[in-house]
Design a protein around this ligand. Structure first.
Ligand code: UDP
Ligand code: MG
Length: 310
């Protein structure tokens, strides 16, 4: 009998933990031809998430728990889950039930038909503001444009991946793993599955703007060196602009003898503009350097403080 592992990262999810467990259990236990395990990864929550999970795990040995010593972030939680998979395929799903567990059986069917990765693509999203929706749309398109691999549009981490894919991804030493990119990068056969993303069952988002920006930068920087090349193009454009300013100043000087205004204006423009360009270029480069530094320290991506039923 084949086994399906479900990975559920959780950060401050006490309001949804029980409902998440019961909906997943209902869906998974109805699959007669498969056994399953639910791997809950507690990403350093300080509320009752872990206590609730521990209670559930006492009466259900299909429930496995990995608890982090502190918050290491969603992608690290997914990473830990993938390392502990004992099934033939794994489903990665959010705890807040925005991704309906009820479509898992159809994803399994597509996997059985020979697809190694079945990714859930968002047809629509409920429960988030228009601006955020627009920001997500723009991000996925920028990522698609910049990235050197074809990362599917409007697709989060909700997906089913076969053991062959998991083994490859687990063997990669990099720390800042951006999974939606990595899975596409492996080149295994992948197929989309369209669904409507629900609103959160309870609680609030655990992805504040700061974490979203980090994730977006990890995605872009991890899969593209185009921003670095853009720095060079910036340089060429600014040199051309500076030549135009120089010509303008020379003409004004020789034709109108207008030394003071032309000199001052062109100097100010040149100084402010070029310092802006330089700082921007430095920032782009430092985002890459910070990540190189991070990888070179070789620290583990997360620390597990407790494992239950594993
Ligand atoms: N999450 C996590 N660590 C974090 C932030 C989020 O494990 O630092 C989990 C969270 O509990 C949820 C999933 O990642 O299961 C997605 O987070 P959320 O639903 O808050 O993000 P959104 O859907 O609003 O983008
Ligand atoms: Mg959510």
């Amino acid at each position: 009998m084949k086994k399906i592992s479900v990975i559920i990262p959780m950060y401050y999810e006490e309001e949804v933990a029980n409902e998440c467990y019961s909906r997943l259990t209902k869906v998974m236990s109805e699959l007669a031809e498969y056994t399953y395990e639910l791997i809950f990864v507690d990403d350093g929550s300080r509320d009752k998430t872990l206590t609730i999970l521990e209670d559930i795990a006492k009466s259900d040995d299909k429930v496995k728990i990995i608890s982090f010593a502190r918050n290491f972030g969603h992608q690290c939680a997914v990473s830990a889950g993938l390392y502990h998979v004992t099934g033939d395929a794994a489903v990665i799903i959010d705890a807040d039930l925005q991704d309906p567990p009820e479509i898992i059986p159809e994803m399994i069917k597509l996997w059985e038909e020979g697809n190694d990765i079945v990714y859930a693509k968002r047809r629509s999203r409920k429960g988030i503001s228009f601006l955020l929706k627009l920001a997500y749309k723009v991000f996925y398109r920028i990522l698609y444009f910049l990235s050197e691999v074809d990362i599917p549009l409007d697709t989060g981490d909700f997906r089913l991946v076969g053991k062959n894919v998991i083994d490859v991804v687990n063997s990669m030493p990099e720390h800042n793993k951006f999974f939606r990119g990595l899975f596409a990068w492996t080149g295994f056969k992948q197929i989309p599955f369209e669904y409507d993303r629900d609103a959160r069952f309870a609680g609030t988002t655990k992805y504040p703007l700061r974490k979203l920006i980090k994730l977006a930068l990890d995605g872009i920087i991890g899969f593209s060196s185009k921003p670095l090349k853009v720095v060079g193009q910036f340089g060429i454009v600014t040199i051309i602009i500076s030549i135009i300013i120089l010509l303008y100043s020379l003409i004004s000087f020789f034709m109108y003898r207008d030394t003071i205004t032309v000199g001052w204006t062109s100097l100010m423009v040149a100084i402010t503009f070029f310092s802006g360009v330089q700082l921007l270029s430095l920032w782009i480069m430092s985002e890459y350097i910070a990540r190189i530094y991070d990888e070179s320290k070789q620290r583990p991506p997360y620390i597990i403080s407790k494992k239950i039923n594993i």
